[in-house]
Write a protein that binds this ligand. Structure first.
Ligand code: IDP
Ligand code: MG
Length: 156
């Protein structure tokens, strides 16, 4: 078991629909710790890196335009094995088929406008946090509720 950090983006559709608080609240209530957060506009260069695995897809152009259509909220969340935990909270890509109870399952209907991005592996999470945050934009602090969120032997 390891404390991990992962990148979450609140996507442009969620900003337009007034879902920032709802989405942030779900990660907070889960017991995750917010260690970085900012609003930012994405440009083509960062999106080409971020979505490099989709560069050959026919929808890449519209995905890139969608992600630049208004600012996003970038967040870095920390928790025990949180990369997988956050993916589960978000639900699968095709929001209308995502499990009820998940963020996409409860809040979205689209494949592309699916309200959130979350890193899909520990390795990608490390690269993505670096891509979106400077080192001094990530904050180390004690979260007093950790003694209630985790058992003692999980915090070692
Ligand atoms: P993920 O966000 O669930 O990790 P990825 O396959 O990494 O899914 O795709 C990144 C994003 O690209 C998706 O969240 C979605 O916004 C968009 N996307 C993925 N597949 C499609 C598609 O078939 N049509 C349109 N947009 C897509
Ligand atoms: Mg992905």
């Amino acid at each position: 078991m390891a404390m991990e950090r992962t990148l979450v983006l609140v996507k442009p559709d969620a900003i337009q629909r007034g879902l920032i608080g709802e989405i942030v609240g779900r990660f907070e209530r889960k017991g995750l710790k917010l260690v970085g957060m900012k609003m930012m506009s994405l440009d083509g260069a960062i999106l080409r890196e971020h979505y490099a695995h989709l560069a050959d897809k026919p929808f890449f152009g519209s995905l890139s335009a969608f992600m630049q259509s208004n600012p996003v909220i970038a967040m870095c969340w920390e928790g025990l094995e949180c990369v997988d935990a956050v993916r589960l909270l978000c639900g699968i890509t095709k929001a209308r088929a995502a499990e009820s109870g998940s963020i996409r399952g409860d809040l979205a209907m689209s494949v592309s406008c699916n309200v959130v991005h979350a890193s899909d592996s520990v390795e990608n999470a490390q690269a993505e946090v670096k891509r979106f945050f400077k080192a001094d934009e990530i904050y180390d602090y004690q979260k007093s509720e950790y003694v209630h969120v985790y058992a003692e032997d999980e915090l070692i």
